[in-house]
Design a protein. Sequence first.
Length: 69
Amino acid sequence: MAKTWYPIIDRDKCMSCGTCVDFCAHGVYELDGDGQPVVKAPENCVEFCRGCAKICPEEAISYYGDSER
Ligand code: SF4
Ligand code: SF4
């Protein structure tokens, strides 16, 4: 089954603070070589969690599959 829920980072808003990477207990994010967060394991994301979007200081995170976005 195709994954229908995972985070999307708005590159124009993200300031690479790393908060989302530290916050997510499911290893969805990883920092790339430039210190920018990347969605490394979208399949690990918990449907309707929204935890990382709430703690992102730049409101840079939305979700694929979210009808509210
Ligand atoms: S918490 Fe938000 S601003 Fe910080 S690295 Fe993650 S997406 Fe970027
Ligand atoms: S929504 Fe939850 S499980 Fe998915 S990446 Fe964010 S904190 Fe991790």
